[in-house]
Design a protein around this ligand. Structure first.
Ligand code: NAP
Length: 312
C-alpha cells in the first residue's frame, strides 16, 4: 500500500517532502497526488498533507489516516467533517521551540516599547519611556498546549510574570494557571500582554470580542499567533482606537494573505506579520512524520489523532 503527498504547496516544496520521506522510509512508495492514476488512488492508505484540497482526499477510497505536516488542522477539521478518517497533526518540539522564541521576541518588542520608539523616530521625537522590569509585566498565554507550554517556559525563564488559561486546569510550577469563563475574566484583569495560542474551535471562534478584550488592563497589548477568527476584528480595532489596547502584533488573519484594503495594514497600533511566527521545519517534521508512519506499520495503530469532538 502506498502513501500519497497531497497539498497546495509549490511543486519544489512538495517534491522535497516526498524525497525526504522516501529517504527516511526506504521501504515505502510515496507519490504526489498529481502523479497517481485512478488505479493508484485505490492503493493509497496514508495521505501526508499540507493544506490539502478536500476533493483530493475524497478521491482516495481506501484512505486509513491522514498526517498533516502542519500543527494547526482547524480548516481540515471543518472541511473534512464528513470523512471518517483520523487526522494526525504535527507535534514537533522544534516547532514549539520556534514558537517559544517568537513569543519571547515579540513580548520583548512590547515590554521594551519598540512600537513607541518606532513612532518617535517617525516623528523625530526624542522621548524616553520608563523601563519596565520583566517581573513587572504580566504575560498571559491563552492555550497551554504543545506551543503554549514552551512559550510559558521561555517567558518564565526570561523573568516575566506568566499566567496561563486552558480548557482543563493545569498545575505548572511558577505559572499561575486558570480555566473556565470566570478564570478567563480573572486572568484578563491582570494581563499586560495577552498571547493567543489557542486552536480555532467552535468555542474559541470570536472569543476575543469587545466584551473579553475590554476586561484586559487598560493599555494592555495583544499578540495573536494562533488563528485570525479567534479575534473579532472590528472590536479589536475599536479598542485600539480608544487606546484601551495599546498595540497588537498579529501574525494570523481571517483572510490570508491579508487583503490590501484591510485596515490592519495601516493601523498605527498594529504590527502585521505574514503568518511567520512558527513555520514547520521540513527537517524535524519529516522525521516525526516518518517515525509515526513506521510506528503505524509496526503496530497497526494510528498515532495520536486529533479529537474530532473537541475540535483540536
Ligand atoms: P494544542 O497542543 O492542541 O493546545 C491547545 C491548547 O489550547 C490546550 O492547552 C487547550 O487546553 C487549549 N484550549 C483549547 N480549547 C480551549 C478552550 N475552549 N478554552 C480554553 N483553552 C482551550 O495546540 P498547539 O500545538 O499548542 O497549537 C495551538 C495553535 O497554534 C494551533 O491550533 C494553530 O492554530 C496555531 N499555530 C500557529 C502557527 C503560526 O505560525 N502562527 C504555527 C503553528 C500553530 P487543554 O490543555 O486543557 O486541552
Amino acid at each position: 500500500m502506498a502513501i500519497s503527498f497531497v497539498g497546495q504547496v509549490p511543486e519544489d516544496e512538495r517534491d522535497d517532502w516526498i524525497k525526504r520521506l522516501s529517504d527516511l522510509l526506504p521501504g515505502e512508495t510515496i507519490r504526489a497526488f498529481e502523479d497517481l492514476s485512478e488505479a493508484d488512488k485505490h492503493e493509497i492508505e496514508i495521505a501526508v498533507v499540507a493544506n490539502p484540497e478536500p476533493a483530493k482526499l475524497e478521491a482516495l477510497p481506501n484512505l486509513k489516516w491522514i498526517h498533516s505536516v502542519w500543527a494547526g488542522v482547524e480548516r481540515m477539521m471543518a472541511e473534512l467533517s464528513h470523512l471518517d478518517v483520523p487526522i494526525v497533526r504535527l507535534v514537533d518540539p522544534e516547532l514549539s521551540r520556534v514558537m517559544g522564541e517568537a513569543v519571547l521576541a515579540w513580548t520583548y518588542y512590547l515590554q521594551r516599547d519598540m512600537p513607541k520608539y518606532r513612532d518617535g523616530q517617525k516623528n523625530k521625537a526624542w522621548i524616553q519611556h520608563a523601563y519596565k522590569y520583566p517581573w513587572e509585566v504580566n504575560v498571559t498565554l491563552l492555550g497551554l498546549g504543545a506551543l503554549g507550554m514552551e512559550a510559558a517556559r521561555r517567558l518564565k525563564e526570561a523573568g516575566f510574570q506568566v499566567n496561563g488559561w486552558s480548557r482543563n486546569l493545569k498545575e505548572i510550577d511558577g505559572i499561575s494557571c486558570h480555566c473556565g469563563t470566570d478564570g478567563l475574566t480573572e486572568v484578563l484583569g491582570k494581563t499586560d500582554i495577552l498571547v493567543s495560542l489557542l486552536p480555532l474551535t467552535a468555542q474559541t471562534r470570536g472569543l476575543l470580542s469587545k466584551e473579553r478584550l475590554s476586561q484586559l488592563k487598560s493599555g494592555a497589548n495583544l499578540i495573536n499567533f494562533a488563528r485570525g477568527p479567534i479575534i473579532v476584528d472590528e472590536d479589536l480595532i475599536m479598542l485600539l482606537d480608544t487606546g484601551h489596547i495599546a498595540h497588537a502584533v498579529l501574525d494570523v488573519f481571517a483572510v490570508e494573505p491579508l487583503p490590501e484594503t484591510d485596515p490592519y495594514w495601516s493601523h498605527p497600533s498594529v504590527t502585521v506579520l505574514p503568518h511567520i511566527s512558527a513555520p514547520s521545519d521540513i527537517n524535524s517534521a519529516s522525521s516525526i512524520v516518518a517515525d509515526n508512519i513506521a510506528s503505524y506499520r509496526k503496530t497497526g495503530e494510528v498515532p495520536g489523532a486529533v479529537d474530532r469532538s473537541s475540535g483540536y
